[in-house]
Design a protein around this ligand. Structure first.
Ligand code: AVJ
Length: 318
Protein backbone atom coordinates (compact mmCIF):
# COMPACT_ATOMS: atom_id res chain seq x y z
CA UNK A 1 0.00 0.00 0.00
CA UNK A 2 1.53 3.38 -0.97
CA UNK A 3 2.34 5.73 1.92
CA UNK A 4 -0.05 8.30 0.44
CA UNK A 5 -2.99 5.89 0.95
CA UNK A 6 -5.46 7.10 3.58
CA UNK A 7 -5.17 3.61 5.06
CA UNK A 8 -1.62 4.53 6.13
CA UNK A 9 -3.07 7.18 8.49
CA UNK A 10 -3.57 6.37 12.19
CA UNK A 11 -7.33 6.27 11.65
CA UNK A 12 -6.97 3.98 8.61
CA UNK A 13 -4.67 1.56 10.38
CA UNK A 14 -6.72 1.49 13.59
CA UNK A 15 -10.01 0.99 11.72
CA UNK A 16 -8.55 -1.85 9.65
CA UNK A 17 -7.23 -3.42 12.87
CA UNK A 18 -10.61 -2.95 14.55
CA UNK A 19 -12.32 -5.10 11.93
CA UNK A 20 -9.55 -7.69 11.84
CA UNK A 21 -9.60 -8.43 15.61
CA UNK A 22 -12.15 -9.55 18.24
CA UNK A 23 -13.76 -7.88 19.99
CA UNK A 24 -13.93 -5.14 17.35
CA UNK A 25 -12.99 -1.88 19.00
CA UNK A 26 -11.55 1.49 18.14
CA UNK A 27 -10.33 4.44 20.23
CA UNK A 28 -12.89 7.21 20.87
CA UNK A 29 -10.39 9.86 19.77
CA UNK A 30 -11.53 9.14 16.19
CA UNK A 31 -14.94 10.66 16.96
CA UNK A 32 -13.38 14.09 16.80
CA UNK A 33 -13.01 15.24 13.22
CA UNK A 34 -14.50 18.71 12.54
CA UNK A 35 -18.01 17.26 12.26
CA UNK A 36 -17.62 15.09 15.38
CA UNK A 37 -16.29 18.01 17.40
CA UNK A 38 -19.35 20.03 16.39
CA UNK A 39 -21.65 17.16 17.41
CA UNK A 40 -19.85 16.89 20.74
CA UNK A 41 -20.44 20.61 21.36
CA UNK A 42 -24.15 19.93 20.78
CA UNK A 43 -24.06 16.99 23.21
CA UNK A 44 -22.74 19.38 25.84
CA UNK A 45 -25.93 21.44 25.51
CA UNK A 46 -28.38 18.53 25.76
CA UNK A 47 -30.72 18.54 28.76
CA UNK A 48 -29.84 14.90 29.54
CA UNK A 49 -26.07 15.39 29.28
CA UNK A 50 -25.42 16.85 32.74
CA UNK A 51 -21.56 16.60 32.95
CA UNK A 52 -20.71 19.79 31.05
CA UNK A 53 -23.37 21.89 32.76
CA UNK A 54 -22.65 20.60 36.24
CA UNK A 55 -18.89 20.87 35.89
CA UNK A 56 -19.24 24.43 34.64
CA UNK A 57 -21.39 25.26 37.69
CA UNK A 58 -18.74 23.77 39.99
CA UNK A 59 -15.99 25.76 38.26
CA UNK A 60 -18.11 28.90 38.44
CA UNK A 61 -18.85 28.46 42.12
CA UNK A 62 -15.24 27.71 43.15
CA UNK A 63 -13.03 29.39 40.52
CA UNK A 64 -11.63 31.75 43.16
CA UNK A 65 -10.40 28.91 45.40
CA UNK A 66 -9.10 27.03 42.39
CA UNK A 67 -7.18 30.09 41.17
CA UNK A 68 -5.69 30.42 44.63
CA UNK A 69 -4.44 26.82 44.52
CA UNK A 70 -2.99 27.39 41.06
CA UNK A 71 -1.20 30.54 42.17
CA UNK A 72 0.31 33.45 40.19
CA UNK A 73 2.41 33.21 37.00
CA UNK A 74 1.26 29.69 36.16
CA UNK A 75 1.42 28.01 32.81
CA UNK A 76 -1.89 26.23 32.19
CA UNK A 77 -1.70 23.11 30.04
CA UNK A 78 -5.12 21.84 29.04
CA UNK A 79 -5.41 18.22 27.92
CA UNK A 80 -8.06 17.68 25.24
CA UNK A 81 -9.04 21.35 25.24
CA UNK A 82 -11.69 21.27 22.48
CA UNK A 83 -13.50 24.61 22.43
CA UNK A 84 -11.42 25.97 25.36
CA UNK A 85 -14.57 27.34 26.99
CA UNK A 86 -14.21 26.14 30.57
CA UNK A 87 -10.71 27.53 31.02
CA UNK A 88 -12.15 31.04 30.70
CA UNK A 89 -13.71 30.64 34.14
CA UNK A 90 -10.18 30.12 35.52
CA UNK A 91 -8.47 32.73 33.35
CA UNK A 92 -10.92 35.33 34.67
CA UNK A 93 -9.70 34.63 38.21
CA UNK A 94 -6.02 33.80 37.79
CA UNK A 95 -3.26 36.16 38.86
CA UNK A 96 -1.02 36.93 35.85
CA UNK A 97 -1.37 33.61 34.00
CA UNK A 98 1.96 33.19 32.16
CA UNK A 99 0.76 31.08 29.29
CA UNK A 100 -2.15 28.91 28.15
CA UNK A 101 -1.26 25.74 26.26
CA UNK A 102 -4.37 23.99 24.92
CA UNK A 103 -3.65 20.53 23.49
CA UNK A 104 -6.28 18.89 21.31
CA UNK A 105 -6.43 16.33 18.56
CA UNK A 106 -8.79 18.51 16.50
CA UNK A 107 -6.79 21.33 14.84
CA UNK A 108 -9.89 23.11 13.52
CA UNK A 109 -11.50 23.24 16.98
CA UNK A 110 -8.25 24.67 18.40
CA UNK A 111 -7.99 27.34 15.68
CA UNK A 112 -11.50 28.60 16.32
CA UNK A 113 -11.03 28.53 20.08
CA UNK A 114 -7.71 30.39 19.98
CA UNK A 115 -9.12 33.14 17.76
CA UNK A 116 -11.76 33.79 20.43
CA UNK A 117 -9.23 33.70 23.27
CA UNK A 118 -6.90 36.12 21.46
CA UNK A 119 -9.78 38.56 21.18
CA UNK A 120 -10.96 38.21 24.80
CA UNK A 121 -7.56 37.82 26.55
CA UNK A 122 -5.24 40.03 24.45
CA UNK A 123 -2.35 39.91 26.95
CA UNK A 124 -2.29 36.15 27.36
CA UNK A 125 0.47 34.08 25.71
CA UNK A 126 -1.18 31.26 23.75
CA UNK A 127 0.69 28.11 22.72
CA UNK A 128 -1.84 25.72 21.11
CA UNK A 129 -0.69 22.24 20.17
CA UNK A 130 -2.63 19.99 17.79
CA UNK A 131 -1.63 16.58 19.11
CA UNK A 132 -2.91 13.51 20.86
CA UNK A 133 -2.07 14.57 24.38
CA UNK A 134 -2.70 11.04 25.55
CA UNK A 135 -0.05 9.54 23.34
CA UNK A 136 3.64 9.81 24.02
CA UNK A 137 3.94 13.36 22.75
CA UNK A 138 7.04 15.25 23.83
CA UNK A 139 6.05 17.76 26.47
CA UNK A 140 7.12 21.21 25.33
CA UNK A 141 9.41 23.14 27.68
CA UNK A 142 7.62 25.46 30.10
CA UNK A 143 7.08 29.11 29.20
CA UNK A 144 10.08 31.18 30.41
CA UNK A 145 7.86 33.47 32.50
CA UNK A 146 6.03 30.60 34.18
CA UNK A 147 6.67 29.90 37.85
CA UNK A 148 4.88 26.58 37.75
CA UNK A 149 3.00 24.38 35.39
CA UNK A 150 -0.57 23.39 36.12
CA UNK A 151 -2.62 20.87 34.17
CA UNK A 152 -6.30 21.40 33.46
CA UNK A 153 -8.17 18.27 32.45
CA UNK A 154 -11.91 18.89 32.67
CA UNK A 155 -14.87 17.09 31.12
CA UNK A 156 -14.18 13.64 32.54
CA UNK A 157 -12.12 12.79 29.47
CA UNK A 158 -10.01 10.71 31.87
CA UNK A 159 -13.03 8.36 31.83
CA UNK A 160 -12.12 7.27 28.30
CA UNK A 161 -9.15 5.40 29.75
CA UNK A 162 -9.26 2.03 31.46
CA UNK A 163 -8.16 2.40 35.09
CA UNK A 164 -4.69 1.09 34.11
CA UNK A 165 -4.38 3.61 31.29
CA UNK A 166 -5.67 6.35 33.59
CA UNK A 167 -2.95 5.46 36.07
CA UNK A 168 -0.20 5.69 33.49
CA UNK A 169 -1.61 8.93 32.09
CA UNK A 170 -1.68 10.41 35.61
CA UNK A 171 1.90 9.25 36.23
CA UNK A 172 3.09 11.04 33.10
CA UNK A 173 1.05 14.12 33.98
CA UNK A 174 2.49 14.14 37.50
CA UNK A 175 5.96 14.09 35.99
CA UNK A 176 5.18 16.88 33.53
CA UNK A 177 3.59 19.04 36.26
CA UNK A 178 6.20 18.54 38.98
CA UNK A 179 6.05 21.39 41.49
CA UNK A 180 2.58 22.41 40.23
CA UNK A 181 -0.62 20.43 40.07
CA UNK A 182 -3.55 19.12 38.12
CA UNK A 183 -7.13 20.38 38.18
CA UNK A 184 -9.10 17.33 37.10
CA UNK A 185 -12.82 16.96 36.39
CA UNK A 186 -14.30 13.46 36.67
CA UNK A 187 -17.83 12.15 36.40
CA UNK A 188 -19.12 10.23 39.41
CA UNK A 189 -20.82 6.87 39.86
CA UNK A 190 -24.57 7.43 40.23
CA UNK A 191 -28.06 6.12 39.49
CA UNK A 192 -27.66 4.11 36.24
CA UNK A 193 -30.88 5.65 34.90
CA UNK A 194 -29.30 9.11 34.97
CA UNK A 195 -26.19 7.77 33.23
CA UNK A 196 -28.28 5.92 30.66
CA UNK A 197 -30.25 9.03 29.74
CA UNK A 198 -27.05 11.09 29.35
CA UNK A 199 -25.80 8.75 26.61
CA UNK A 200 -29.20 8.06 25.01
CA UNK A 201 -30.58 11.55 24.49
CA UNK A 202 -34.04 11.91 22.99
CA UNK A 203 -32.82 14.22 20.19
CA UNK A 204 -30.48 11.52 18.91
CA UNK A 205 -27.35 13.71 18.98
CA UNK A 206 -25.28 11.09 20.80
CA UNK A 207 -26.37 8.51 18.22
CA UNK A 208 -25.28 10.86 15.42
CA UNK A 209 -21.96 11.43 17.23
CA UNK A 210 -21.35 7.69 17.48
CA UNK A 211 -22.42 7.01 13.86
CA UNK A 212 -20.21 9.88 12.65
CA UNK A 213 -17.27 7.54 13.10
CA UNK A 214 -18.54 5.55 10.09
CA UNK A 215 -19.38 8.70 8.14
CA UNK A 216 -15.87 9.97 8.83
CA UNK A 217 -14.42 6.72 7.50
CA UNK A 218 -16.51 7.18 4.33
CA UNK A 219 -15.18 10.73 3.95
CA UNK A 220 -11.54 10.13 4.78
CA UNK A 221 -10.89 6.53 3.87
CA UNK A 222 -13.38 6.00 1.07
CA UNK A 223 -15.23 3.16 2.84
CA UNK A 224 -18.84 2.63 1.84
CA UNK A 225 -20.49 2.04 5.19
CA UNK A 226 -24.25 2.37 4.97
CA UNK A 227 -24.78 4.28 8.21
CA UNK A 228 -28.47 3.30 8.24
CA UNK A 229 -27.40 -0.32 8.75
CA UNK A 230 -25.98 0.45 12.20
CA UNK A 231 -27.58 1.35 15.52
CA UNK A 232 -26.19 3.45 18.33
CA UNK A 233 -26.08 1.42 21.55
CA UNK A 234 -25.01 2.84 24.91
CA UNK A 235 -25.44 1.18 28.29
CA UNK A 236 -24.04 1.31 31.81
CA UNK A 237 -21.81 -1.64 32.67
CA UNK A 238 -22.21 -1.49 36.44
CA UNK A 239 -19.55 -4.04 37.50
CA UNK A 240 -16.94 -2.17 35.43
CA UNK A 241 -18.32 1.28 36.39
CA UNK A 242 -18.44 2.44 32.82
CA UNK A 243 -20.75 3.52 30.03
CA UNK A 244 -20.02 1.54 26.87
CA UNK A 245 -20.89 2.82 23.42
CA UNK A 246 -21.15 0.46 20.48
CA UNK A 247 -22.16 0.58 16.83
CA UNK A 248 -24.41 -2.44 16.32
CA UNK A 249 -24.86 -4.07 12.94
CA UNK A 250 -28.59 -3.97 12.15
CA UNK A 251 -28.27 -6.98 9.84
CA UNK A 252 -25.70 -9.36 8.40
CA UNK A 253 -23.49 -7.31 6.10
CA UNK A 254 -20.25 -7.54 4.13
CA UNK A 255 -17.90 -4.66 4.72
CA UNK A 256 -14.76 -3.75 2.83
CA UNK A 257 -12.27 -2.18 5.18
CA UNK A 258 -8.67 -1.49 4.16
CA UNK A 259 -8.70 -3.92 1.26
CA UNK A 260 -10.12 -6.82 3.30
CA UNK A 261 -13.71 -8.02 3.23
CA UNK A 262 -15.33 -8.68 6.61
CA UNK A 263 -18.73 -9.99 7.57
CA UNK A 264 -20.59 -8.46 10.46
CA UNK A 265 -23.50 -10.54 11.68
CA UNK A 266 -26.73 -8.95 12.85
CA UNK A 267 -26.22 -7.76 16.42
CA UNK A 268 -22.41 -7.81 16.31
CA UNK A 269 -20.77 -4.59 17.40
CA UNK A 270 -17.87 -2.23 17.00
CA UNK A 271 -17.04 -0.94 20.49
CA UNK A 272 -16.35 2.78 20.12
CA UNK A 273 -16.11 4.19 23.64
CA UNK A 274 -15.79 3.52 27.34
CA UNK A 275 -16.64 6.29 29.77
CA UNK A 276 -15.54 5.24 33.25
CA UNK A 277 -17.21 6.73 36.30
CA UNK A 278 -15.39 7.16 39.61
CA UNK A 279 -16.16 7.58 43.25
CA UNK A 280 -14.41 10.52 44.92
CA UNK A 281 -12.35 8.16 47.07
CA UNK A 282 -11.54 5.90 44.13
CA UNK A 283 -10.19 8.79 42.12
CA UNK A 284 -8.13 10.11 45.03
CA UNK A 285 -6.60 6.68 45.60
CA UNK A 286 -5.72 6.40 41.91
CA UNK A 287 -4.14 9.89 41.92
CA UNK A 288 -2.09 8.99 44.97
CA UNK A 289 -0.77 5.86 43.27
CA UNK A 290 0.25 8.09 40.34
CA UNK A 291 2.37 10.25 42.65
CA UNK A 292 -0.02 13.14 43.33
CA UNK A 293 -0.99 14.47 46.73
CA UNK A 294 -4.79 14.80 46.54
CA UNK A 295 -6.08 18.16 47.77
CA UNK A 296 -9.57 19.67 47.93
CA UNK A 297 -12.47 18.20 45.93
CA UNK A 298 -15.36 20.30 44.76
CA UNK A 299 -18.72 18.73 43.85
CA UNK A 300 -22.28 19.84 43.11
CA UNK A 301 -25.09 19.38 45.67
CA UNK A 302 -26.38 16.32 43.75
CA UNK A 303 -22.87 14.80 43.73
CA UNK A 304 -23.10 14.18 40.00
CA UNK A 305 -19.61 15.43 39.12
CA UNK A 306 -16.34 16.25 40.86
CA UNK A 307 -13.37 18.55 40.34
CA UNK A 308 -10.12 17.60 42.10
CA UNK A 309 -7.02 19.56 42.95
CA UNK A 310 -4.07 17.18 42.79
CA UNK A 311 -0.74 18.53 43.94
CA UNK A 312 2.32 17.35 41.99
CA UNK A 313 5.21 17.16 44.45
CA UNK A 314 8.31 19.17 43.53
CA UNK A 315 11.75 17.74 42.79
CA UNK A 316 12.72 17.87 46.45
CA UNK A 317 10.00 15.34 47.21
CA UNK A 318 10.80 12.86 44.45
C1 AVJ B 1 -15.63 13.60 26.29
C2 AVJ B 1 -15.24 11.38 27.00
C3 AVJ B 1 -16.08 12.97 28.54
O1 AVJ B 1 -17.62 10.16 27.98
O2 AVJ B 1 -19.14 11.62 28.43
C4 AVJ B 1 -20.33 12.11 25.37
C5 AVJ B 1 -17.79 11.79 25.41
N1 AVJ B 1 -19.55 10.30 24.52
N2 AVJ B 1 -21.36 11.38 24.92
C6 AVJ B 1 -18.15 11.26 27.81
C7 AVJ B 1 -19.19 11.42 25.11
C8 AVJ B 1 -20.89 10.29 24.39
C9 AVJ B 1 -17.56 12.23 26.81
N3 AVJ B 1 -16.13 12.53 27.14
Amino acid sequence: MPVSSPWASDFGRDLADAFATRPRRIAPKYFYDAQGSRLFERICELPEYYPTRVERAILQAHAGEMAQRIGPDAEIVEFGAGACEKVRLLLDRLERPACYRPIDICASALDTACAGLRRDYPGLALAPLAADCFGDFLAPPAHPQARRRVGFFPGSTLGNFTPDEALSFLRRACDLLRGGGLLLGVDLVKDPAVLHAAYNDSAGVTAAFNLNLLARANRELGTQFDVSRFFHHAFYNAPLQRIEMHLVSARRQRLEVGGAVHVMEEGETLHTENSYKYTVDGLRALAERAGFTPGPVWTDPGRLFSVHWLQAPGLERQ
